[in-house]
Design a protein around this ligand. Structure first.
Ligand code: 5GP
Ligand code: MN
Length: 326
């Protein structure tokens, strides 16, 4: 069924929106793009956006200070819109608002998404959720602020129009957004490339301590809690490390582990051409895209790496032996 935003909003008075935990560029871009559009075009609607703390670099997008980082008195909404989220658990603290809402809509591009809302607009081959939000809006009515948010989201999830998910449609949408008078260069520089000193230091640490495994087809790096404390880094400061690891010549898969608790790791996976990392993340309870996926896993870093590499080996060489990490 085709989703028509105007029809979805008919008769609604209170709308809540939410994106995934540890919001990234596409999550913030798609949420803010739709949020700003609803505020501008449906002023009588009460629209609330719930997200975990938005990284400071995204402050150049209008009204990010209005994002609600916790649930207040209002807990029931006529409609909840989930953006850039592959499953309900990824909504984090806002999940309860999704559960309580009269009606739910999911806008997403994760291949692992099993259509968990009443209405679903899920296009796994789309570059970004921001691209899908663009498709739902009336192009004429897109303001400069909305365009800035969506452009940021598309730029981030395409690795600045580089990854294979970048389609001719993606570029056409980016062009239409540029015509709204945005400063695309500044958005990309300030939100994608610019790093704080702390971010660069922790990146350096991850690169220095990385190892090539599986006949140099795989690169792996682990950042432990004590390193995070030493550099005074926040989890969002780790964004981009796995992409940098993936750029290593000759490597097919990059594995980045971030220790979030004793014996518990946030795992980020990236691949270049062959390995479906979404399948691996999903196997262990996570999800994502064919070339970029994530999962939380328990055990020692050695166990986690062994388990991941066993699945990689199965894809590269079906029937491969299990222990291939050393
Ligand atoms: P990242 O490695 O940058 O955290 O995430 C890569 C992709 O995988 C993103 O699209 C993200 O939404 C998804 N992803 C990351 N971690 C998880 C997870 O724990 N569960 C699920 N379902 N998806 C994840
Ligand atoms: Mn996305």
């Amino acid at each position: 069924m085709k989703i028509v935003l105007e029809d979805m909003l008919k008769g609604k008075r209170r709308v809540a929106m939410g994106g995934h935990v540890r919001p990234d560029g596409d999550c913030v871009g798609s949420c803010m793009g739709l949020y700003l559009y609803l505020k501008e075009q449906y002023p009588s609607l009460q629209t609330d956006l719930y997200l975990e703390e938005v990284p400071e670099a995204f402050d150049i997008i209008a009204d990010t200070d209005e994002v609600k980082t916790r649930i207040g008195e209002q807990t029931s909404y006529d409609l909840f819109i989930s953006l850039d989220c592959g499953d309900i658990a990824r909504l984090g603290f806002a999940g309860v608002l999704f559960e309580n809402a009269e009606e739910t809509l999911c806008i997403d591009h994760h291949i692992s998404n099993d259509a968990f809302a009443d209405y679903n607009y899920i296009v796994p081959h789309a570059s970004s959720t921001s691209e899908l939000v663009f498709n739902l809006l009336d192009e004429e009515k897109i303001s400069r602020s909305v365009a800035e948010a969506l452009y940021m989201g598309i730029a981030h999830d395409t690795g600045v129009f580089q990854y294979s998910c970048t389609s001719p449609e993606t570029m056409e949408i980016a062009a239409k957004l540029m015509r709204k008078g945005i400063d695309g260069n500044r958005i990309i520089e300030k939100t994608y490339y610019e790093k704080t000193y702390i971010q660069n230091q922790i990146l350096g640490r991850a690169l220095l301590e990385s190892m090539l495994i599986m006949d140099k087809k795989c690169i792996v790096s682990v950042i432990r809690k004590h390193s995070m404390e030493f550099f005074q880094a926040k989890p969002t400061d780790l964004e981009g490390i796995v992409s940098q690891l993936r750029q290593t010549k000759g490597v097919e898969v990059a594995i980045f582990l971030h220790e979030i608790a004793p014996q518990k790791f946030k795992v980020s996976l990236r691949s270049k051409e062959k390995v479906d990392v979404s399948e691996i993340a999903k196997y262990y309870g996570g999800g994502g895209h064919v070339r970029a996926a994530g999962v939380v896993m328990e055990g020692s870093s050695h166990d986690v790496i062994n388990n991941i590499t066993a699945r990689i080996a199965l894809q590269m060489n079906p029937g491969a032996e299990q222990d291939v990490s050393s």
